[in-house]
Design a protein around this ligand. Sequence first.
Ligand SMILES: NC(=O)c1ccc[n+]([C@@H]2O[C@H](COP(=O)([O-])OP(=O)(O)OC[C@H]3O[C@@H](n4cnc5c(N)ncnc54)[C@H](O)[C@@H]3O)[C@@H](O)[C@H]2O)c1
Length: 479
Amino acid sequence: MSAQPTASLFIGGRPVEGQGADLPVRYPFTGDVIATLKEATVDQVAQACAAARAAQPAWAALAPVQRGRILGRAAAIILDRNEELARLETLDTGKPIQETLVADWPSGAAALEYFAGLAATLTGHTIPLGQDWAYTRREPLGVCAGIGAWNYPSQIACWKAAPALVMGNTMVFKPSEETPLGALKLAEIFIEAGMPPGVFNVVQGRGQVGAALVGNPDVAKVSLTGSVPTGRRVYAAAAEGMRHVTMELGGKSPLIVFDDANLEDAVGAAILANFYSSGQICSNGTRVFLQEGIKEDFLARLAQRLREVRMGDPLDPNTNHGPIISPAQAGKIRDAIAAGQAAGARLVCGGPGEGAFIPPTVFADATDDMAIATDEIFGPVMTALSFREEAEVIARANGTGFGLAAGVFTQDLTRAHRVVAALEAGTCWINTYNLTPVEMPFGGVKMSGLGRENSAAAIEHYSQLKSVYVGMGGVDAPY
Ligand SMILES: NC(=O)c1ccc[n+]([C@@H]2O[C@H](COP(=O)([O-])OP(=O)(O)OC[C@H]3O[C@@H](n4cnc5c(N)ncnc54)[C@H](O)[C@@H]3O)[C@@H](O)[C@H]2O)c1
């Protein structure tokens, strides 16, 4: 099984071979090497940034509707080839094909379509000042660097490229070293859709290639999806050059289930909030707070439904739980499971699993200070905590440095909105979980990040305002 691309990088509208270290790409299910890429050297990162800088003025000078049209064509190509692209995404990530067919490229295409439509609506304001007046121009930032995580590689590339490009910026994108294949396809599709060379470039490599990109003097903005420790480093490096940032980082989000909730729906949401994509989702609600009266019923029903999980070959359409991205990540998840057991939490179901697979794992009777309740595991591990009262659960839900997402299950309308208003999280769900339509802003507060992706809000993070004061009369100088 091979997924070898034409070349490792994409610079100035064409595939270019990397001149750096080898980057083997393994299919997480078998561990087989399906492609061997080469990292970009620091010089090649600079070439990609120079190509993006050279392409930017002409790209920005197009009418917005022309840029939108190209993004729209790219979305149509993606949707047309969704099956082939989903297969590649499954090989790259190990995620079940039943997920990649609906959640990865289709979500990327939706972002391209959304921002394509928004393109022609982006305007400044006029400000009346009596005789004089002022206006604002919403202008691009220049070259934007995008850096991705491995869990949703193609979706992340599209979510970053769409608002950036539609605003007249150009981009150099570095996918995660674990999942380098999808972004190269996106670069090809953009060219096929009529995008000028140099508008979207791809470089490959590990953290130090990302660092070279962040520090490149041509780069005006950095948008990172990754962990909090990486986010801290990238934000600090970007600050050196006063670069704009968007930070989509990790979480340990609360999912609060009150005793009046529809139990079956809440159990379903807990499954989606913990085990979809083998739990490798930033916004997962991994601290599930259960009101005391329903705790045991909830856990019993959850364990029952989890028995129906089908782990196995990700390319089998019946498989709904795939392998973990890498042996290193599986090892970290197993360490977290062992720490939960050592700390005395009750293992309701699951456990360390075998090889690349870790089954849906549920801990109960945990306390807020256990590592399984404080640290992001980024795997299929849910921690159930019990609570008595609303004020108590709000305080405990907020008792974390993270603030990416949160969910509330209750039939009480006023309580749902009251609790959500009190939660320190950038993205909240009431009576559902983990839905991230392109129409809705997505992002975190506190250590989980800065800026927003998706929706018109994303445009603010890929543009800057120029204010223009227009004098309509004489100039009255003091001397
Ligand atoms: N908020 C979100 O939208 C979102 C979405 C998906 C994943 N995540 C988070 O991502 C993490 C998992 O992904 P990961 O393990 O790939 O994250 P990571 O932080 O290890 O790596 C993210 C990216 O940053 C690059 N990188 C590493 N060091 C760098 C440096 N010094 N300078 C520039 N780039 C550098 C990596 O090569 C990779 O491309 C989890 O914490 C998860 O919650 C967040």
